[in-house]
Ligand binder design. Structure first.
Ligand SMILES: Nc1nc2c(c(=O)[nH]1)N[C@H]1C(S)=C(S)[C@@H](COP(=O)(O)O)O[C@H]1N2
Ligand SMILES: [Mo]
Length: 362
């Protein structure tokens, strides 16, 4: 078989993304292309198993467990329910992992495992109300149709990708079952035909290829909940593994890029985005001297919950040439500021310490 006859390696929709893994596809957005909304073509892809091929006419959503009425919704049933459209940011819990020292295991995302898209779908609360949640229910498990074996520890055969939300979060308006992304049907990579979108939480909560919702009276302790995407939380000094949940406050720099040549003695627009999970961004500061001094950046537009806030800072670039370290740090409306170093309790997740972009002033 010659080159031309072999299957195309990537669909056009993957052009421009940085490949972190080919199979399954794990693709990173070039954060230097930052804009208010990330196009579907540029949106990062994080998958654990091969993408399941699901036709809308075959798709159903089962709602079971601690409910008054078990439901099996078809695609048309779902489309018949009241929908909302909202921009929501998704950030992989491992975004920034490439910046950890020593070198971490796992996918080495740089700063592009994050994006903001406009999602359309039905609030999960609408579906749960239809099913009638029984008293005593506390957790809601979202299961994807994708499955496979995991090695560490070796799974008893194939397991699905699934994650749970506490009932209180599952009922919030920022949690919905999306069938459109940026005004078009979801693409296979992003969960076609239906995925969860969980505003304010790291990406693993936004289960793609969603086919089952199970309400439970006990906390769910599946693999992706208690082993992967879990961190050491200290309860009364005692470390216990807890599920990674809320996105932590963070600012990222899109401009300048790493090792960019910045003209000496001229003004330069430093540009980026900041986000705060379940809270808004209150402040972004920029340092151009490796963190010795900080100045306020200007927050652009207005705060929209569960998305990022773009910001800019006009840097009066010195006349003296050489290497400069540019940094940005955000503070959320709860007063949390980004830390200077990564907390080892978080393992290789929730990476929001202040990053450095070194440039050449010349
Ligand atoms: N069913 C399923 N859902 C999933 C995943 C997956 O592998 N399977 N990956 C999760 C992770 S870790 C992230 S960060 C987001 C990424 O969503 P995206 O690929 O649309 O960017 O999907 C989440 N939902
Ligand atoms: Mo993720």
């Amino acid at each position: 078989m010659n080159e031309a006859e072999s299957a195309p390696m990537f669909s056009a929709s993957r052009a421009g993304l940085i490949i972190r893994e080919k199979e399954p596809a794990n693709l990173e957005f070039a954060f230097t292309s930052l804009g208010p909304v990330t196009s579907t073509n540029e949106f990062f892809v994080r998958t654990h198993f091969p993408v399941p091929a699901i036709r809308t006419q075959d798709w159903t959503l089962t709602v079971d467990g601690e409910v008054e009425r078990e439901l099996v919704l078809t695609y048309d049933d779902l489309l018949g329910l009241p929908a909302t459209t909202a921009p929501v940011l998704l950030e992989c819990a491992g975004n920034g992992r490439a910046q950890l020292v020593p070198k971490a295991k796992g996918l080495l995302w740089d700063t592009g495992a994050v994006g903001t898209a406009e999602w359309t779908g039905v609030p999960l609360s609408v579906v749960l109300e239809k099913a009638g949640v029984k008293p005593g229910a506390i957790d809601v498990i979202l299961q994807g149709a994708d499955e496979g074996e995991v090695d560490d520890p070796k799974s008893p055969g194939a397991i699905h990708f699934e994650r749970s939300l506490p009932l209180a979060k599952a009922l919030r308006p920022e949690v919905f079952l999306a069938y459109q992304m940026n005004g078009k049907n979801l693409t296979p990579d992003h969960g076609f035909p239906v995925r969860a979108v969980v505003g304010g939480w790291y990406g693993m909560a936004s289960v793609k290829w969603l086919t089952r919702v199970t309400v439970t009276a006990a906390p769910f302790e599946g693999f992706w909940q208690s082993l992967e995407y879990a961190y050491w939380k200290r309860e009364r000094e005692r470390p216990t593994l807890a599920a990674v949940a809320e996105v932590q406050v963070k600012a990222q720099i899109a401009r300048p890029a790493l090792s960019e040549a910045v003209p000496a003695g001229k003004p330069y627009r430093v540009f980026g985005a900041a986000w705060g999970g379940e809270s808004d961004v209150a402040r972004v500061e920029v340092s151009t001297d490796a963190g010795k001094t900080w100045s306020d950046a200007e927050l652009l537009g207005k705060a929209v919950p569960f998305t990022w806030r773009l910001w800019e800072f006009l840097w009066d670039v010195p006349k003296s040439v050489g290497r400069y370290k540019v940094m940005a740090r955000a503070t959320d409306t709860n007063g949390h500021t980004q830390p200077e170093t990564h907390d080892a309790d978080r393992r290789t997740y929730m990476i929001n310490f202040v990053f450095t972009v070194e440039v050449e002033v010349m």
